[in-house]
Design a protein around this ligand. Structure first.
Ligand code: IMP
Ligand code: MG
Length: 179
């Protein structure tokens, strides 16, 4: 059993810092997507807190849906990803905003882009709360990034380590992964 004690968490983004950045992102969306009635697609599980905070700062008409993406073991070597694709409604001629908690290697978002392009939306926008530019393994244009961070593992504000720590309202580095 891998166990991580709370003292191994090193704060990087506090609740007020995150709030300020989420407000800035929401302001940009309010301007860019006014009268476009975009559909936000949250990538579960990690994006649920970020997306719920973001949405409450929006003043435009918009819709929300979610897609659950799971990577098989060894995603880094195989890049294999599976999803619950049956949930998705008609997206033809709609403006999609895919919302991620974090873009690391970029493989999940690459898969999702291919997946959603097949549905003939008018546009696809990528928004992520966190991005690790040094970990990116593909060529990718990310439209909105909350914060760029180093490749170290982070938790909190929706992000987990072995399903734990999603409930923390700040974002932390894990100092080490203790056994
Ligand atoms: P990617 O496909 O490599 O870009 O990464 C996709 C997923 O890996 C993210 O949506 C997260 O679920 C997970 N992930 C990557 N880095 C971290 C991290 O530092 N903390 C928690 N989850 C992470
Ligand atoms: Mg995720």
């Amino acid at each position: 059993m891998i166990k991580v004690e709370r003292e191994k968490l090193k704060p990087i983004f506090s609740k007020p810092i995150i709030k300020k950045r989420v407000n800035e992102l929401a302001n940009d969306i309010n301007i860019k997507f006014a009268n476009k009635n975009p559909i936000f697609i949250g990538v579960l599980n990690g994006s649920f807190i970020f997306l719920s905070d973001l949405l409450r700062r929006l003043e435009i008409d918009c819709e929300v849906d979610f897609i659950k993406v799971a990577s098989y073991n060894g995603i880094l070597s195989t890049g294999k990803i599976k999803t619950n694709d049956e949930i998705i409604r008609n997206l033809e001629n709609r403006h999609l905003i895919i919302v991620e908690d974090i873009i690391d290697t970029g493989r999940t978002i690459q898969y999702l882009l291919k997946f959603f392009k097949r549905m003939n939306p008018s546009s696809i926008t990528i928004m992520t709360l966190l991005h690790k530019p040094k970990s990116l393994k593909i060529k990718l244009n990310i439209d909105y990034i909350g914060f760029e961070i180093s490749p170290d593992f982070v938790v909190g504000y929706g992000l987990d380590y072995n399903q734990k720590f999603r409930n923390l309202d700040s974002i932390y580095y894990l100092r080490e992964l203790a056994k």
